[in-house]
Design a protein around this ligand. Structure first.
Ligand SMILES: NC(=O)c1ccc[n+]([C@@H]2O[C@H](COP(=O)([O-])OP(=O)(O)OC[C@H]3O[C@@H](n4cnc5c(N)ncnc54)[C@H](O)[C@@H]3O)[C@@H](O)[C@H]2O)c1
Length: 252
């Protein structure tokens, strides 16, 4: 039986075209939310909208780059009557497992722009709306790379640790407004993120591979989406500033 925890609620989901973001968008819509999904991949984003409609859900899909302020302004402007109950910052990219001695400025800046600046811009835009409404929730998808160092390159690990810090800062500063911010740290998930996960520096990847041997299992996107949707729901009313691993025991 599908729960309807989001009946009448409005949710904004980034990275909604693929992987975890698509799974979050589908699950929220199935639970009654009106979903505003965004992504840079127009075709795959339209497919997410179609999947939601075919299942009887309601959504609007808007092509947008979360790192661009103009795009953030545009998608926040699409929220009905400025209402938003949940912001799920899911969009993210990897960094080709580049160690700091080899990372180029373009990769560093793009990873930080998408994984850190994007969630900041969206949080900055929606928090005043949530405060005015008396509450809301933010769920940031970080990574085990936000908890440990040996899972990706330096830019990705730095960005995901930063997202954990942003989550805690928002929780501490806006909890008194009825707003909760929590982070999810997945381990390996079967998605399309491999596009930016092709190793470019052999020696660094060989060192990291020794740590990957600890991986217990590869998750399906919906196994992460269920945690995101719980954290964003009223059931998690007492959970604020939490950083929750969903990694099959990788960080145990
Ligand atoms: N797959 C994993 O093993 C894994 C593990 C830990 C954390 N994560 C995190 O989960 C999140 C989702 O990744 P995924 O695994 O579903 O990958 P994915 O590549 O399947 O989906 C990510 C989506 O984000 C979109 N995107 C990228 N840059 C964007 C931008 N600037 N603006 C808007 N959308 C953008 C992509 O087009 C894509 O549709 C990421 O933040 C990632 O770091 C993934």
């Amino acid at each position: 039986m599908v729960e309807r925890r989001y009946e009448g609620r409005v949710a904004l989901v980034t990275g909604a075209a693929s992987g975890i973001g698509r799974a979050v968008a589908l699950r929220l819509a199935a639970e009654g939310a009106w979903v505003l999904g965004c992504d840079v991949d127009a075709d795959a984003l339209a497919e997410t909208g179609k999947l939601i409609a075919d299942a009887g859900g309601q959504s609007t899909m808007a092509v947008a780059d979360v790192s661009a302020q103009a795009d953030v302004d545009r998608i926040v402007g699409l929220l009905p009557d400025g209402r938003i109950d949940l912001l799920a910052n899911v969009a993210g990219i990897m960094d080709f497992f580049l160690p700091v001695t080899e990372v180029d400025d373009a990769t560093w800046e793009r990873v930080m722009a998408v994984n850190v600046t994007g969630p900041m811009r969206l949080s900055r835009a929606v928090l005043p709306l949530m405060r005015a409404a008396g509450g809301g929730a933010i769920v940031n998808v970080s990574s085990i790379g936000g908890l440990t160092g040996a899972v990706a390159g330096t830019a990705y690990v730095t960005s995901k640790h930063a997202l954990v810090g942003m989550t805690r800062s928002i929780a501490a500063l806006y909890g008194a407004d009825g707003i909760r911010a929590n982070a999810v740290c997945p381990g390996g998930v079967a998605t399309n993120i491999g596009r930016s996960a092709v190793p470019k520096v052999a020696w660094a990847y060989e060192r990291l591979e020794k740590a990957f041997a600890r991986t217990t299992r590869t998750a399906q996107p919906d196994e992460i989406a269920t945690l995101v949707c719980w954290l964003g729901s009223d059931e998690a009313v007492n959970v604020n500033g939490a950083v929750v691993a969903s990694d099959g025991g990788f960080t145990a």
